[in-house]
Design a protein around this ligand. Structure first.
Ligand code: NDP
Ligand code: GDR
Length: 371
């Protein structure tokens, strides 16, 4: 039985990757952080607890800032594959916690690679690094490929740039089988609630049920190449199954603006939006109702701009070219942009309806808001 160690197993990608690897017959070990409340919601359906004989998911406490912990885990588990997905992964938050982000996202990667080297596992343990399209930042070339130069625009991206190069360096210096997946944005119903796509699907679903009044947004004109997380974790595994380690761009090759994303989610929920005003005064108004939801009415402002969501340095446009992944590994994304939006909107509408029903029946419901 092959063994995989996933850091960041409690996150969006970690949960899909754990499902994928268990399905493939792996024993999956995951690193979770100690928290004062439960933080395993995304993997609870996979975990059978420490008392069953069928032990295909094992969780360990740990942290990417703790070298001795990581070295001990790798020494005890002796994983065939390590997937380093753990990170402070929010770009806007990295401007507020730059040092912590550098420690976890940059040095955390070094700690894992150094543990593999120190333990003498260079020839037996393969390593995947969750690199990112944020490395391109101020883009020099459209679309971006494995050869496009980097120009990071946030403490997050700078930390990830260190992680990218230290992964390449340990491959070249010590012969470790180590790969960077340069992944463009990927989403799902399990996406963290403060990333833009999930913020939009949640807020519009809540507004449709009368649980929230308005969606407050930053830069509506930013463009992203959005894919589905399920397709992208499959590629993470594929990368570690080649003869020789290599780095790959993973993207769809199609981009949309944040504004278009809002319009599409709104139309799935049954309203057409008209944009009025300019700059920070711009608003999104309901122009047409196609479905009957209690919180929507024609003329209601459901989107406003809040300058606090603008970033000190923005990445305006990202568009990936996944030709290498397609040609060398046969990777083709299976879930379309529209299918992804429908899945996310349906999931969040279902949740909003449950909350609204509870509220209607006198239960006190607090719906967590984006901050
Ligand atoms: P999430 O934010 O959903 O998950 C991050 C994971 O890292 C969580 O399990 C989190 O634990 C864990 N984590 C955070 N800090 C630490 C720490 N100090 N020690 C140990 N674990 C920690 O991210 P995604 O699943 O979306 O992304 C996975 C990886 O891929 C990240 O590295 C991200 O930067 C990168 N990436 C993501 C892209 C995307 O579009 N999703 C695109 C390109 C790269 P907890 O649950 O306790 O918070
Ligand atoms: P990103 O994702 O920064 O690309 O990083 P995010 O969804 O946070 O932002 C995408 C774009 O939307 C704009 N935006 C807003 N973003 C948020 N979060 N909230 C808002 O209110 C808002 N309004 C406009 C942003 O300015 C940005 O241009 C994600 C993360 O998963 C990283 O870990 C990963 O490396 C990259 O994707 C690829």
């Amino acid at each position: 039985m092959k063994k995989a160690l996933i850091t960041g197993i409690t996150g969006q990608d970690g949960s899909y990757l754990a499902e994928f690897l268990i399905e493939k017959g792996y024993q999956v070990h995951g690193v979770k952080r100690r928290a004062s409340s439960f933080n395993t919601e995304r993997i609870d359906h996979l975990y059978e607890g420490p008392h069953t004989l069928k032990h295909n998911l094992v969780l360990h406490y740990g942290d990417l800032t703790d070298s001795s912990n990581l070295t001990r885990l790798i020494s005890e588990i002796r994983p065939d594959e390590v997937y380093n997905l753990a990170a402070q992964s929010h770009v806007a938050v990295s401007f507020e916690s730059p040092e912590y982000t550098a420690d976890v996202d940059g040095l955390g990667t070094l700690r894992l690679l150094e543990a593999i080297r120190f333990l003498g596992f260079e020839k037996t343990t393969r390593f995947y690094q969750a690199s990112t399209s944020e490395l391109y930042g101020l883009v020099r070339e459209i679309p971006q490929t494995e050869r496009t130069p980097f120009h990071p625009r946030s403490p997050y991206a700078v930390a990830k740039m260190y992680a990218y190069w230290i992964t390449v360096n340990y491959r070249e210096a010590y012969g470790i089988y180590a790969c960077n997946g340069i992944l463009f944005n990927h989403e799902s119903p399990r996406r963290g609630e403060t990333f833009v796509t999930r913020k939009i699907t949640r807020a519009l679903a809540n507004i449709s049920q009368g649980l929230e009044e308005c969606l407050y947004m930053g830069n509506l004109d930013a463009k992203r190449d959005w894919g589905h997380a399920k397709d992208y974790v499959r590629m993470q595994w594929m990368m570690l199954q080649q003869e020789e380690p290599q780095d790959f761009v993973i993207a769809t090759g199609v981009q949309y603006s944040v504004r278009e994303f809002i319009e599409k989610v709104a139309s799935v929920l049954g309203v057409i939006i008209r944009w009025k005003g300019q700059g920070t005064e711009e608003v999104g108004v309901v122009e047409l109702l196609m479905k009957d939801h209690p919180g929507f009415r024609v003329g209601k402002i459901i989107v406003r701009i809040d300058p606090r969501y603008f970033r000190p340095a923005e990445v305006e446009t990202l568009l990936g070219d996944p030709a290498k992944a397609r040609e060398e590994l046969g990777w083709i994304p299976e879930i379309t942009f529209n299918e992804m939006i429908e899945e996310m909107a349906a999931h969040d509408l279902d949740q909003a309806k449950r909350h609204a029903l509870l509220e209607k029946n006198g239960y006190d419901v607090t719906v967590p808001r984006e901050s």
